[in-house]
Design a binder for this molecule. Structure first.
Ligand SMILES: Cc1cc2nc3c(=O)[nH]c(=O)nc-3n(C[C@H](O)[C@H](O)[C@H](O)COP(=O)(O)O)c2cc1C
Length: 366
């Protein structure tokens, strides 16, 4: 099948990108003391030179004392870290690329295997990160207000440094997602509630603050997932109606683009239709959507952490859905982690040069 449609430019508000391919956010933990250095800037610049349309950074954490469980995850606050990010975006722009940081608060975490701990306990809606596992504190109303402000500060900094967009990390059981889920949000105040719609309140307040700080013309992305790392088959929305009740308040608060995280993009979201998560999000809200999950690879990413290798695979099913109009953009993770030239190779039909993915690629910034 022709992949030309993936190479049509895309414009939305102030964002203008040369094709539909997005680099998925991938934590690399190569930023000692939270500072992204020249090696990190060069890593992203290689992807821009390799013709990635839009680069999303690895998750980078906001200014809260326990927003991270890893000393080597980049911060998106403080003069030295922000100077590092300034170099990243300058270098990406110099190579003709576009980029947004993925703005992150991890919420309640398991302790990191390195033994490193933040100075204060982890925080989340109810102090738990899965049923029965307390490893932090339930946030007070002041904690919540301060956290919302810290998201806003990060957004204002993203715009000030010249990033083209930003993505809020609302997926994978981190802080924003911990508020969405009835497994981790047991609150009885206005931030809790029996329905998913009620539990969007924290995200809605974050989005409104971020929108206020960046203005109307700056595109805002949120990443969402039904699955949780502790339960791959979990679903928060079991029906299209529940999904609409989850997504519409986020759209109304100011989200422009839904980045719908799946492990395998071809899996249908609900019975009776082959639409995937990004397909449903677009149908229900009319917003721009990004799909992701095992594009161009034979195996999915969580198995990759356990050492399973993946081989390159055909893009035909992706193209069938893309050409049908299910989603606007497609995010690619591991292929771009392993090979900065993946997009150029796809564009030029150099399929024999495509590499698979194996865990060894995680050991360095290729
Ligand atoms: C090493 C690695 C780190 C990741 N870190 C993040 C992250 O910081 N934020 C996030 O939203 N997803 C993260 N993910 C998930 C990816 O963004 C992507 O959704 C997943 O790898 C599926 O895409 P793929 O099959 O193309 O690799 C990570 C994945 C990998 C492989």
């Amino acid at each position: 099948m022709s992949n030309l449609s993936l190479f049509e430019p895309f414009s939305f508000k102030s964002l203008n990108i040369k094709n539909r391919i997005v680099m998925a956010p991938m934590t690399r933990s190569f930023s000692p003391n939270g500072v992204p250095g020249e090696n990190v800037a060069a890593y992203y610049q290689r992807r821009a030179a390799g013709e990635v349309g839009l680069i999303l950074s690895e998750g980078t954490v906001i200014n809260r004392p326990a927003s991270s469980n890893d000393a080597n995850v980049p911060r998106f606050h403080g003069e030295i870290s922000l100077a590092g990010w300034q170099k990243v975006i300058n270098d990406v722009h110099a190579a003709g690329g576009s980029m947004g940081p993925q703005i992150w608060h991890m919420g309640v975490m398991d302790d990191h295997h390195s033994g490193w701990k933040p100075l204060t306990p982890f925080e989340g809606p109810s102090g738990i990160n899965r049923p029965g596992n307390t490893n932090g504190l339930a946030m007070s109303e002041k904690d919540i207000a301060d956290t919302i402000k810290a998201f806003g500060d990060a957004a204002a900094d993203a715009k000030r440094l010249g990033f083209d967009t930003l993505e809020l990390h609302g997926a994978h059981n981190y802080l924003i997602d911990q508020f969405f889920s009835d497994k981790t949000n047991l609150r009885t105040d206005i931030y809790g509630g029996k329905t998913l719609a009620e539990r969007t309140r924290f995200a809605v307040e974050v989005i409104k603050e971020v929108r206020k700080r960046v203005g109307e013309d700056f595109p805002l992305i949120i990443r969402l997932s039904q699955w949780k790392p502790y339960e791959y088959n979990s679903k928060m929305a079991h029906t299209p109606a529940e999904m609409e009740a989850w997504l519409q308040p986020l759209a109304d608060a100011g989200i422009d683009i839904f980045h719908c995280s799946q492990r395998r993009f071809w899996e249908p979201e609900f019975e009776g239709s082959d639409l995937n998560f990004a397909g449903w999000a677009k149908k229900l809200t009319g917003k721009t959507t990004i799909t992701v999950g095992s594009i161009g690879l034979s195996g999915e990413f969580l198995a990759a952490f356990k050492g399973e290798s993946s081989e390159p695979s055909s893009l035909d099913e992706l193209l069938r859905r893309f050409d049908r109009g299910d989603f606007d953009l497609v995010a690619v993770g591991r292929p771009l982690l392993a090979d900065p030239d993946w997009v150029s190779k796809i564009k030029e039909g150099r399929t024999a040069e495509l590499k698979g993915f194996s865990k060894e690629a995680l050991a360095e910034l290729l």
